[in-house]
Design a binder for this molecule. Structure first.
Ligand SMILES: CC(C)(COP(=O)(O)OP(=O)(O)OC[C@H]1O[C@@H](n2cnc3c(N)ncnc32)[C@H](O)[C@@H]1OP(=O)(O)O)[C@@H](O)C(=O)NCCC(=O)NCCS
Length: 166
């Protein structure tokens, strides 16, 4: 996608909206390129069915990235956050993460949690830049080419006072 970096950061054409079942094929294409152990189409469909917060970032109707978050019992859990390779490093991931955090805050959640591979330094930098802090780890949480990989557990405390009006 031949798009100037600054355009993606600010363009009003870049829209974040709820994911629909008709987006899932595009989402899965991005997912398969991004992860060695990608979610299946069925997992995304299940996330939509159970009512998780599922968002896509689009430009000119094309899906650039997506995020999935569960919300409940006072906590949000960011389950997936991904931007297509061609659109990375242009602020799309941060914009998407901000919108998930805003949604969790507006829903009255006290904290947002996520797991990340310690080897995923790009994602960790994004999360730390948004104020997430490591609060623990889960042993053998992820599939890995040779066995399992631990997950770092990150938390962002949310304050209802930060929720955007309306
Ligand atoms: C992690 C991911 C979502 C970031 O999306 P992105 O759109 O590229 O990120 P942004 O352009 O919004 O950058 C946000 C911050 O991330 C960090 N970052 C992004 N790309 C980086 C890179 N190549 N190297 C180092 N830090 C990087 C920076 O801190 C950046 O903030 P800054 O621009 O203010 O310095 C994206 O790399 C991705 O989809 N990766 C594959 C899937 C994945 O690993 N998801 C996370 C699973 S836990």
């Amino acid at each position: 996608m031949a798009t100037a970096p600054e355009l993606l950061k600010t363009s009003p054409e870049v829209v974040i909206r709820p994911m629909r079942a008709t987006d899932v094929a595009e989402v899965v294409d991005i997912e398969r390129c991004a992860y060695q152990f990608p979610w299946s189409e069925g997992i995304f469909i299940d996330c939509l069915r159970v009512g998780y917060v599922c968002r896509v970032v689009t430009m000119s109707r094309k899906v650039l990235g997506y995020g999935v978050m569960s919300v409940g019992a006072g906590e949000a859990h960011i389950l997936n956050l991904c931007v297509g390779e061609a659109c990375r490093c242009r602020g799309v991931g941060k914009r998407l993460l901000r919108s998930l955090v805003a949604r969790a805050t507006a829903a009255g959640m006290g904290a947002a949690y996520l797991e990340v591979r310690p080897s995923n330094t790009t994602a960790i930098r994004l999360y730390l830049s948004m104020g997430f802090e490591q609060v623990g780890s889960r042993r053998g949480y992820y599939q890995a080419p040779a066995g399992r990989e631990d997950a770092a557990v990150l938390k962002l405390a949310l304050r209802v006072a930060d929720a955007p009006l309306a």
